[in-house]
Ligand binder design. Sequence first.
Ligand code: NZQ
Ligand code: ZN
Length: 385
Amino acid sequence: MLKFDFYNPTRIVFGKDRLKELNNLIAADAKVLVLYGGGSVKKYGTLDKVRQALGERKIVEFGGIEPNPRYSTLMRAVEVVRREAVDFLLAVGGGSVMDGTKFITLAAAYDGNAEDLLRCGFKPVPVTSARPIGTVVTLPATGSEMNSGGVISHQGGKYPVFSPLAFPRFSILDPTLTYSLPPTQVANGVIDTFIHTVEQYVTVPAEGRFQDRTAEGILRTLIEIGRTTIDHPTDFDARANLMWCATNALNGLIGAGVPQDWTTHMIGHELTAMFGIDHAKTLAILQPAVWTVRKEQKRAKLLQYAERVWDLSTGEETGRIDRAIANTRAFFEGLGVPTRLGDYGVSADKLDDLVAALEQHGMTRLGETGEVTLEVSRAILKEAL
Ligand code: NZQ
Ligand code: ZN
């Protein structure tokens, strides 16, 4: 096992009807900025419940944070934070609203040009104090509710932003608030969670037995409940399991002390930035291709994945790996998500642009060992056509 620090200060408030407890979670005299997306929280009543739970507190609202939240939109909210002198930021929505809120609190506390914060990569941004945030999750997918990162879109790129100050103080996870999600967003949530897990698990062996067994538990749970939670959106237990898997797939637990490989996510970000394909759908396209191209480097963990996640333990080894990759693709397709670039109208003549974008964003040495060069990324994209 590799050395690690594990730090996670976010309080999780899980279960039905917990929204009213907002009153106990935010100081009584706090002025609260409530942030939301394109309107689903208005339409389905979550925003009303939030207002009610905040009682007599002074509230300011900022709506319109779009999927893949844009820097320019978020900077308008930064002005509101400063002008209104708010004390607490409450994100009500999915990953985009949560990520956007993290960026807003960091940018509001930063004296320089906030674009600087997009250029820190996976290192913490240079901000030393920021207003606290909380979240009310309406889409289980990104894990943003219990981690310290966000992804911000700006001028054709998607930029990670990290800070220990971005951990939410609390996140309310009420599965019933997600019942209104359209099937395609639920499928996105299952797939995003699945890929967060495998990018911290299907790497190279590191004797992280707890991390591996936990990752396998998340993957098997997703396979069990994935289709059910799409077909039966109000099946509380299926949705509750998706939600808790999503949170634990990216809160630092399964990735502590083991190698990580974010190739699929980094190439996926370019697909979203260039073609507007949903984040999770880019991952469903790329993951089978990453494994096909890097089968030899990942051989030991792919065999473990085949055996422990798909019960494939007999027959010749390469055949087992191929079946595990095929099963993974079939699982995603079975959730209604196509897994080829062509299914989204992206053809071979776009590969040069995509590789150039990876280069421009410094994504030239990806993978658990840094051996995914631009040429390997090109091979992955070609395999995904
Ligand atoms: O905007 P509204 O009207 O609220 O509609 C949203 C949006 O159109 C809708 N939605 C959310 N909750 C709903 C609902 N519709 C009906 N009922 C509900 N309860 O769903 C649509 C998509 O929302 P979005 O927040 O964009 O989706 P998701 O949670 O998948 O977040 C994607 C973003 O997260 C980033 C991605 O890059 C992308 O920008 N990620 C963040 C990560 C992190 N912070 O750790 C890691 C991830 O890998 C990911 O990169
Ligand atoms: Zn993701």
